[in-house]
Design a protein around this ligand. Structure first.
Ligand code: ADP
Length: 173
């Protein structure tokens, strides 16, 4: 079980082996974390994403799956791109959000990463309620069978940080 750490800040600034990107299935960049990672990491990340699309996922990366690229100009060695579910009141998609975390850690293991930073996947444009997302993310990582030693959740803003802190405390009880 990896050690879980919470920090408030910008995921692109983290000194970890791998940074997880809350991508969309096109892998062609977007807003939020995705845009920030591509801006800070430079063109090579997008070039590799294009190659992955052409070679392995012509129809896009399915929700809940993950793939790795190098990290361009970032401190990290790898960016792991995963596609979170969009939130839907009418349908429970928590297994897909959980899958983003297990698949990202599986890809991290394949690459040999020992420290991994996650954003709060699906809690931005994809509108997942952050309390629910935090509980799913934290419990899934805590139960993961992985060689990753440290998982750092990087929360954008004090409110998001506070939600994750509460969820982590509740989980440790
Ligand atoms: P999604 O499409 O999966 O919802 P978003 O990128 O829209 O992804 O948002 C996911 C979360 O990442 C949101 O909580 C947002 O506030 C946060 N976020 C945005 N930019 C950054 C950043 N540079 N570092 C860390 N978290 C970020």
């Amino acid at each position: 079980m990896p050690k879980i750490i919470l920090v408030e800040g910008d995921i692109t600034k983290q000194r970890v082996d791998a940074i997880v990107n809350a991508a969309n299935s096109s892998l062609m960049g977007g807003g939020g974390v995705d845009g920030a990672i591509h801006r800070a990491g430079g063109r090579t990340i997008l070039e590799e994403c294009k190659q992955i699309r052409a070679d392995r996922y012509p129809d896009g990366l399915p929700t809940g799956q993950a793939v790795a690229t190098t990290a361009g100009d970032l401190h990290a060695t790898w960016v792991i791109h995963t596609v979170g579910p969009t939130y839907a009141k009418s349908e429970d998609r928590s297994h897909l959000l959980a899958s983003c975390h297990t698949e990202s850690l599986r890809v991290a293991d394949e690459q040999g990463a020992r420290s991994v930073a996650f954003p709060a996947i699906s809690t931005g444009v994809y509108r997942y309620p952050i309390e629910e997302a935090a509980t799913i993310a934290l419990s899934t990582v805590a139960e993961s069978n992985t060689a990753v030693k440290e998982v750092r959740f990087v929360l954008h803003g004090a409110d998001a940080y506070a939600v994750f802190e509460r969820a982590l405390r509740a989980q440790m009880r």
